[in-house]
Design a protein around this ligand. Sequence first.
Ligand code: GLY
Length: 326
Amino acid sequence: MNSRRRFLKNSGLGTMAALGLPYLSPGGPMPQQKKARRFVSTWSHGKVANEMAMAVLNEKSELLSSVEEGVRIVESDPDGRSVGLGGLPDNSGRVTLDACIMRGNGASGSVGALHNIEHPISVARAVMEKTQHVMLVGDGARKFALDQGFPNKDLLVPETRRDYENWKKEEELKLPPINHENHDTIGLIGMDENGKMAGACTTSGWAYKMPGRLGDSPIIGAGLFVDEEAGAATASGLGESIIQIAGCHLVVELMRQGMSPDDACKEAVTRISRKHSKWNKESLQACFIALRRDGSVGGYSLKKGFQYVVTDDEGSEILDAPYLTK
Ligand code: GLY
């Protein structure tokens, strides 16, 4: 492990007191210190997302816009098969998108099963900022998006149209295994110099899913959870398994109790592995990344192959996550 990685994984403040948790600071509030600005995101496509997020933070000093703009880059990439434009459709041939966004103070917005809108993350933000609700799904989410001026857009690209037509010709229409070739969800969590935290998560979900299926990504506490009193986490992999353990909420609560980001993510993955033996090994991948309030980061996946990206003022580093099994 190089020094940079060591720094990223353990800021040197790795005690519970360094978390600044009120009940751990009997001497009164911790002195305010500038925090290291940091973005962490899933898979190698997170590098462009993190770097956009850092550029937006530099320009606007606005963390929520940073995480939103970061994942929008990936939503617009026609080559990614599991996010936004170019994402694989459901079993009826329609690309449906799930996304959520959250501030470290609990404010959050979410959309599920949204179709023909390129940027579900921005619709999720509009739900948070312009409605009294947290989550809109399906036709209601789409009507809201169109009313807000989001343009209608066909999200199939020639390659996904062709792949879908080929899939429909198969004798047995099976859901493909969750794998890292698809690169899966983009989840991005970040912290600014004041210790404010925010996160964004967006996906087209499991290829050829049943219409109406939601994964973990639009569900606050499953695919994303941010509480700047403790930390932030986001997930990738088989949404069903992540929802069933309220994965990201679990990771953040474990960090609140003093666990390191790596250990908290490992515990979530271990719980999935223990509780969800019904998923055959082919179909089960679950991955978590976490950013603790003290700036330390970590990640863990059930199966080998998950990568995550950390970006700070010195640049970006793509890390191979530790895993439970090959
Ligand atoms: N993690 C993305 C999904 O299962 O939809």
